[in-house]
Design a protein around this ligand. Sequence first.
Ligand SMILES: *Cc1c(COP(=O)(O)O)cnc(C)c1O
Ligand code: SF4
Length: 439
Amino acid sequence: MKFKAYTLRNLREIPYINRLSEEEIFQIEVTSQVFPFKTNNYVVEKLIDWENAPDDPLFILNFPQKDMLRPEHYNLVASAYREGNPERLRDIVKEIRYTLNPHPAGQLELNLPTFRGKKLKGIQHKYRETVLFFAKRAQTCHAYCTFCFRWPQFIGDTELKIGSNDISELIDYLGEHPEVTDLLFTGGDPMTMKASLFAEYIDAIISADLHNIRNIRIGSRVLTYWPYRFITDDDADILLETFERIVNSGMHLAFMAHFNHPRELETEEVEQAIKRIRETGAEIRTQSPILRNINDDPDIWAEMWERQVQLGCIPYYMFMVRDTGAQQYFGVPIVEAYNIFRDAFRQVSGLARTVRGPVMSTTPGKIHILGVSYVRGEPVINLTMLQGRDPDWVMRPFYAEYDEDAYWLDELVPAFGKESFFFEDSFGELEYSLFGDLN
Ligand SMILES: *Cc1c(COP(=O)(O)O)cnc(C)c1O
Ligand code: SF4
């Protein structure tokens, strides 16, 4: 298959789009003024069940929905769009985007390391062992998830973009930080890079012979959006050979694949792509947020994890959706997410129970929701940290008051009448919402 992107510009050329009503198409046009819209021919022809559109989960994954905007915002955009006044439309859209928390938890400031007197763009170092690299040529994806928290990177607002070209700076940084064992390529999607460019980065890292770097990770959704990347794309073989060079250099290659729904694992193409990746010696670990309207059902998760294990992938994380963009559309409350996780976890064998969740990537750390306990008859939410901005915070149990309506850490109240959570004492003024990584 040859890659064909569909965006707002050629929305009406999408095969099957006429299964939608004129009103439904109009709603996509309006909502995608705010949220970036991009899909492709593989998603349209092989993943979406058009019989069920617009309710099909795979449809909702790529096509912005009216309810992702608050009604007053939707009406504002719709009227400016109808009017055909591009300036007014632009101003309204800009204003709305800024109300949607485009940089949750200091994504731009807090996690950029300072090195030799300057802030490194395109590198984030939050947790001791792992450095994230945002390659400049990877600030896009083969399709855009409507729930994506990286959405400011796609809207062409350069102020909001992060990204780096400079591999030598990265290598110097890694060399001076012996505590770092993992280098994670992220984006956008690093698998949108040409294989030759990716190979340049990798060969520079291999020849730098950094003894501390033992694991290369690639955070990617390409297995869902474009499995041909490993099968028929012109440079598929070069890419796979590069994977092999990583493995042969003695490093572990972890392909962190992002799947939201079992249907993404059903095509022949994805099966072949997984097989080819695994043949290089790489391991595939999987992660996904829990999403209302897409996968808020334990059976979906159980099926997805079982299928992943069967294909040789290792279930890794279930995330909570971040407090940005369309969180009110996709968000699932903490207690409900825990119940879904537990009901799914109970159904699968130990091989799939490598998964951890639900996990909130917040400013202080990755918070693991362990469940609801009763202490002297009172329910409390039981939490711990899998990663902490301060490594000393990891795996300390802590408790929040039971609250079925809380979606995120900032809505939780410490249990037992305590004034603050233990990590807040040292955390001072910082507002904690989120930051972390999905891809
Ligand atoms: C999740 C995350 C990592 C990786 O954490 P692991 O638990 O090692 O998978 C690294 N950096 C950031 C910022 C993250 O959010
Ligand atoms: S969630 Fe990942 S794959 Fe989806 S649009 Fe965002 S960065 Fe791209």
